[in-house]
Design a protein. Structure first.
Length: 134
C-alpha cells in the first residue's frame, strides 16, 4: 500500500482510477519501470536528475512524484504518462507512433527495436555489405 507522509498526518493515496485495487498505485508503477529497466534506484534517478533517496521515497509512497519528475520519467524511459499517473493505457509509448510508415517498414522497425545493440550493429553491417555489393 502506498502511504503519503505529511507533517500533519499520514494518509492513504487514493487515485482517480483505483479500479477496485487492480491498478497499482503510482509508487508501484515507478518501481515497475525501474525494475523493468533492471537498474538501481541511484541509476534510475541519475538519468532524471533525482537522488536515490527521492526515488526510494516515491517507490515507498512517502512522496508523490512532482510533475517534473513524472514528465522526466516519461521522456527518458518512454513511458505513457496516463499509464504512470492513472494506470490507464499502454505502459510504454510506441516509438513509431506519429510516423507515416509503410506497414512493411513499420514491422521491420519494430523487429529492429527488439534487437540487442550487438545484433543491431550486425544487421547494419549486413545491410551496408549488401548495398556495397550492388
Amino acid at each position: 500500500m502506498c502511504v503519503i507522509i505529511s507533517q500533519k498526518e499520514a494518509f492513504t493515496l487514493k487515485e482517480k482510477n483505483s479500479n477496485d485495487g487492480k491498478i497499482p498505485k503510482i509508487c508501484e508503477r515507478v518501481a515497475e519501470i525501474r525494475n523493468f529497466e533492471k537498474i538501481s534506484q541511484k541509476a534510475f534517478g541519475e538519468k532524471i536528475n533525482l537522488s536515490q533517496s527521492q526515488i526510494a521515497s516515491y517507490e515507498k509512497g512517502y512522496r508523490i512524484p512532482t510533475d517534473r519528475a513524472i514528465d522526466d520519467i516519461c521522456r527518458v524511459y518512454k513511458v505513457n504518462k496516463e499509464w504512470l499517473t492513472d494506470g490507464v493505457g499502454k505502459k510504454f509509448i510506441d516509438p513509431l507512433s506519429g510516423l507515416d510508415l509503410d506497414p512493411e517498414i513499420e514491422e521491420m522497425a519494430k523487429l529492429y527495436l527488439k534487437l540487442t545493440p550487438n545484433k543491431r550493429e550486425h544487421i547494419k553491417k549486413l545491410m551496408q555489405k549488401s548495398l556495397d555489393s550492388e
